[in-house]
Design a protein around this ligand. Structure first.
Ligand code: E4P
Length: 216
């Protein structure tokens, strides 16, 4: 499963990229706004920090506007993935932009039928939002499973990019049900390494090594 980091904070991205564990980045207008920096500038900087896909979202809602913004975003760097909302205009724009060779991430997916449409529109990635479904007492992980089955039934190339991930357990379940990619905030990705028995074991090994005067 590929790991994307869901943030527009370039310091966090640089730190995680240095681990070699990050395959791409996702942003959205709320994350860009939080960075307090100009849109194009922050996307260009992120694209230089990672080799993989960097999702940059349009803010237009009509087809012509999305195409115009999508083409502009695609020019920022070779690894820009244009993020489009799951609306009819968004799907139409997806078809056009992928036809031009631009990678497209169709976002704000909350149902299997929406994911089916995105695949038919040639989306590179579909982003089902797990956490936001869980927030309203629905089962985000069930949606990932349904999309996996549909895409496998018809051999769609569209990659399932599990989004709105809030917990380490979400990450594990995504891997178990076969999401292609997961995107999570830096804190969630960093927390995956934690285990109290690892800390305790390391402490004991180091204490024993010190007592015995072991040097490597
Ligand atoms: C994904 O592309 C979105 O930016 C993100 O995962 C949304 O997460 P949230 O529901 O926690 O805001």
């Amino acid at each position: 499963m590929k790991f994307f980091v869901d943030t527009a904070d370039t310091k966090d991205i640089a730190d995680l990229a240095a681990t070699g564990l990050i395959d791409g980045v996702t942003t959205n207008p709320s994350l860009i706004a939080k960075s307090g920096r100009p849109f194009a500038e922050v996307i260009a900087e992120i694209c230089a920090l990672v080799d993989g896909p960097v999702s940059a979202e349009v803010v237009a809602t009509d087809y012509d506007g999305m195409i115009k913004e999508g083409r502009k975003l695609a020019k920022i760097a070779n690894n820009v993935t244009v993020k489009l909302p799951l609306t009819l205009d968004g799907l139409k724009a997806c078809k056009t932009l992928t036809g031009e060779g631009t990678q497209v991430n169709v976002t704000l997916c909350f149902s299997a039928n929406q994911a089916l449409l995105a695949a038919k529109a040639g989306a590179t990635f579909i982003s089902p939002f797990i956490g936001r479904l869980d927030d309203i007492n629905l089962d985000g992980m069930e949606l990932i499973q349904e999309i996996r089955q549909i895409y496998d039934n018809y051999l769609f190339d569209t990659e399932i990019l599990a989004a709105s991930i809030r917990t380490p357990n979400h990450v594990k379940l995504c891997a178990l049900v076969g999401a292609d990619v997961m995107t999570a905030p830096p804190a969630v990705i960093k927390s995956l390494v934690n285990h109290p028995l690892t800390d305790k074991g390391l402490e004991t090994f180091l204490a024993d090594a010190k007592k015995a005067g072991i040097k490597v």
